[in-house]
Design a protein around this ligand. Structure first.
Ligand SMILES: [Zn+2]
Length: 176
């Protein structure tokens, strides 16, 4: 069968072949996990954790313009997907370093926990957001950031966020 975009299985369906060795997998268990008869590993479907920062300075919050698809040109916050085994705070500080070239620190516990889907494949993501501040350096866009903007509380509603939950996130960080 020729595969066209609408015949692709979605990101939410169980694996059918073992990602490690390509063996056809058994029927999914009620939990949604599937076991490989060759290597014995079980594969689960989970949301991928991502971390984001609402960096606040002088009553404004730093947002970024996305340089790449998906959502190219739309507004995002600094951050990204965690690496395997990485602590959310370490992952966030790494992403801030990569995207903005600055050292930052997070302030307290997460102020955003929001499951959502990402990109045309509808990958499930758990967004974890922290309020943060820059401790060293001046932010300059690198990596997958096209531009950096500082927005005030009055500009939040008219800003073209890629994800609506980031609007609530930056508003909470500004204490609105
Ligand atoms: Zn296997």
């Amino acid at each position: 069968m020729v595969r066209t975009p609408d015949t692709f299985v979605t990101a939410t369906e169980p694996f059918r072949f073992c990602p490690a060795d390509g063996t056809a997998l058994e029927e999914p268990r009620p939990s949604g996990s599937v076991r490989c008869p060759l290597c014995g590993r079980s594969w689960y479907r989970n949301s991928a954790p991502s971390v984001g920062a609402a960096i606040v300075q002088d009553g404004k919050v730093l947002v970024t313009v996305r340089a790449r698809e998906p959502y190219k040109g739309q507004i995002d916050v600094p951050g990204g997907f965690l690496e395997i085994g990485e602590h959310p705070v370490d992952g966030l500080l790494r992403e801030i370093r990569e995207e903005l070239g600055v050292e930052a620190e997070v302030e307290g516990a997460p102020i955003l926990l929001h499951p959502h889907t990402y990109g045309p494949e509808g990958i499930y993501v758990l967004a974890i957001g922290f309020k943060a501040r820059i401790v060293r350096g001046a932010p300059h866009p690198t990596d997958d950031v096209a531009r950096v903007l500082w927005i005030s509380a009055e500009e939040i509603d008219t800003t073209d966020f890629a994800w609506p939950h980031d609007r609530q996130f930056v508003r909470a960080a500004l204490g609105e």
